[in-house]
Design a binder for this molecule. Structure first.
Ligand code: PAP
Length: 338
């Protein structure tokens, strides 16, 4: 199938001739665009395309065009942004349970029977349903997750609050390679760790380059710290309760002293821990659909550790990737522990 084939995206029914023309124009723009974009090796599918400096799948390039055309942010929206495999699932659970702490008891919690993925619509997949989907049915504050880098988002979204989670790049690489192999298209040849490593170092992986993604939010967080809470996986791991309190304050719902005394923060941390979530039936057996791609919930819970890269990277590989990361982040003020 040609990449510019419109059948890749179902014809979206639209309400009026004007809307239809608008939607068709976006499809046409997309088709023209795809003929011009540089191509690189894909991790899940055969190719990724370089769109405004980032390696994105065709489907999500179209999603990005639709996002720009149709998405209407509300001032109270909260976005969770991340480079893939940086701790998104964990943060979904933490943010959701912090926000809804007055709705659920910890003994009969929503997350006991629903995967964390279900708490945040994934913007890229949802965009496939524009202009039918408009998210106006969602109650405020609406929660959305995205892997798009900051610079690919519509300007109108930048006035909303964002939580950004990043993670040590070698652990991201390993986690991403394992995950992509699980969901890799079946007709493609095996995808070795060596190949993934080289591509990652060249910046070629979904939503990469890693460093440009992280820096896009890091710079924005320095400019508007009240709008972007920039977190690291490693600090969430080491100081979970401190982070949960920061999250609550950032979202405008700080914990009251009585809540802290009653152990609410501690309970949220326990509920969302890797040990607890990964052992729930829903996360062992459940399946989540992202557009047309189905993923088993258990694939989002692998080890949940810091430093697993040591089991995959040689000394030489470590030095190469650390060298790239040091150079790319030089002068930014952002450091990753290793
Ligand atoms: P995504 O980009 O597909 O949404 P994301 O949730 O960001 O994935 O990352 C998955 C990683 O977070 C996995 O890391 P690993 O491969 O190194 O193990 C997963 O195990 C880890 N993870 C998921 N939930 C938790 C959690 N509650 N606590 C700590 N780590 C977690």
């Amino acid at each position: 199938m040609s990449i510019s084939d419109q059948s890749l995206f179902p014809q979206t029914p639209v309400e009026s001739k004007e809307h239809e023309d608008h939607y068709n124009k976006i499809c046409e723009d997309y088709n023209h665009l795809m003929e011009t974009l540089p191509k690189g090796n894909g991790w899940r599918a055969k190719h990724l395309y370089n769109y405004n400096g980032f390696w994105i799948s065709p489907k999500y390039i179209k999603a990005n065009l639709l996002l720009h055309a149709y998405f209407k942010p509300q001032p109270t929206d909260i976005f969770l942004a991340s480079f893939m495999k940086s701790g998104t699932t964990w943060l979904k659970a933490l943010i959701f349970s912090t926000l809804t702490r007055h709705l659920y008891s910890f003994s009969a919690h929503y997350l006991h029977h629903h995967g964390p993925q279900s708490t945040f619509p994934f913007l890229e997949s949802e965009c496939e349903n524009f202009p039918i989907t408009d998210f106006t049915h969602m109650s405020s504050p609406r929660l959305f997750a995205t892997h798009f880098p900051r610079t690919l988002l519509p300007e109108s979204m930048t006035s909303c609050k964002f939580v950004y989670i990043c993670r040590e790049p070698k652990d991201v690489l390993v986690s991403k390679w394992v995950f992509m192999n699980k969901i890799r298209e079946k007709d493609l040849p095996p995808f070795s760790f060596d190949e993934a490593f080289d591509l990652f170092c060249e910046g070629v992986s979904n939503y990469g380059p890693f460093w440009e993604h992280v820096l896009s939010y890091w710079r924005a967080s320095l400019e508007s710290p009240e709008k972007i809470l920039f977190l690291k996986y490693e600090e969430v791991k080491r100081q979970s309760e401190v982070v949960v309190r920061r999250l609550a304050a950032f979202m405008g719902i700080p914990f009251m002293a009585e809540e802290v005394e009653k152990g609410v923060v501690e309970n949220i941390v326990k509920l969302c821990s890797f040990e607890n979530l990964s052992n729930l039936e829903v996360n062992k057996k459940g399946v989540e659909k992202f557009g047309t791609v189905e993923v088993e919930n258990r694939e989002f819970f692998r080890k949940g550790e810091i430093g697993d890269w040591r089991n995959y990277l040689s000394d030489e590989m470590k030095q190469r990737i650390d060298g790239i990361i040091d150079e790319k982040f030089k002068g930014s003020g952002l450091i990753f522990g290793s």
